[in-house]
Design a protein around this ligand. Structure first.
Ligand SMILES: NC(=O)c1ccc[n+]([C@@H]2O[C@H](COP(=O)([O-])OP(=O)(O)OC[C@H]3O[C@@H](n4cnc5c(N)ncnc54)[C@H](OP(=O)(O)O)[C@@H]3O)[C@@H](O)[C@H]2O)c1
Length: 262
């Protein structure tokens, strides 16, 4: 049974958006994914579309998103939207465009690691890279969560999912490395636990998920034998998302389903 206000909201959005979202299905959940043109983000689009969901695939350079465009051409429920997550005017513009459209699941996936060999104490030189990593991995997800909070709260599922990393686990670290990247993911975990606790009363459900070491461009320098297929990583992310509820909101999950230490 689909609530009438929800149908009205989706129909209203269709009129507003025209083009890309014209085939959104009011009876299916909607997922918004950042960094949706490659790696884990693109696979999230593929598997979500495979479930029959409406997908808002937000990418920095739509014109160059060849694989995503092919996927969208074959599936009219996939809408491609321009979004550089560090450009907050663009975040606000996208939120304005989708105003009143319920979004069941928002995945803050876009992320950068920086060059890892340059992240060693005493040898740091590229401080601008640190700022870029923090703005992309930590600051932007909070801005995006705030911008789309009304859409999440208006939805059936109300799930905010953040692709974190075991590299952001302070309790789990044994060796020093990746100062910038690790700090960015530890900060993401902290701010999203804050969001989870502050919004629990409104029904928002939040998860921070470590996808494991995944075979994407980010870890292209590592031997394939050390990496997990992105298909498996995304199945795990969606399974944990499906199991998210009021009793387990605000936690830091490993892809296996076990909790990670903060
Ligand atoms: N791969 C792993 O083993 C692993 C492990 C733990 C956590 N993670 C996390 O998983 C997430 C996805 O990583 P991945 O492995 O799929 O890496 P990836 O293949 O390098 O993809 C990164 C994605 O983020 C996008 N992105 C970067 N900066 C952006 C910006 N300013 N605005 C919009 N999009 C931006 C990229 O878009 P462009 O093509 O435009 O650059 C790309 O779509 C990241 O948050 C990463 O930290 C990955």
């Amino acid at each position: 049974m689909i609530a009438l206000p929800r149908i009205a909201a989706v129909l209203g959005t269709l009129l507003l958006l025209g083009g890309t979202a014209a085939a959104a299905d009011a009876t299916a959940p909607t997922i918004l994914i950042t960094g949706a043109n490659r790696g884990i983000g693109l696979e999230l689009v593929r598997q979500s579309a495979g479930r029959g969901w409406n997908v808002i695939a937000a990418v920095r350079k739509p014109a160059e998103a060849t694989e995503l465009k092919a996927l969208a051409a074959a599936n009219p429920r996939v809408a491609i939207e321009p979004l550089d997550v560090t450009d907050f005017a663009q975040v606000d513009a996208l939120a304005a465009k989708y105003k009143d459209r319920p979004i069941d699941v928002l995945v803050n996936n876009a992320g950068i690691s920086g060059t890892m060999q340059d992240q060693n104490f005493g040898k740091h030189s590229d401080w601008e890279m640190y700022e870029r990593i923090l703005r992309t991995n930590t600051i932007a997800p909070l801005k995006i969560a705030e911008a789309f909070l009304p859409n999440l709260l208006a939805s059936g599922q109300k799930k905010l999912v953040n692709i974190s990393s075991s590299e952001g686990s302070i309790g789990g670290m044994t060796h020093p490395r990746n100062y910038f990247y690790r700090t960015s993911k530890a900060g993401l975990n902290m701010e999203m636990r804050n969001v989870a606790l502050s919004q629990k009363g409104r029904g928002l459900l939040v998860a921070n998920i470590n996808p494991g070491m995944v075979d994407t461009d980010m870890l292209a320098s590592l031997p394939k034998s050390m990496l997990r297929p992105k298909e498996d990583a995304v199945k795990d992310i969606l399974r944990i998302t499906d199991q998210l509820d009021a009793d387990n909101t605000g936690r830091f999950w490993d892809y296996s389903g076990k909790e990670l230490p903060w």
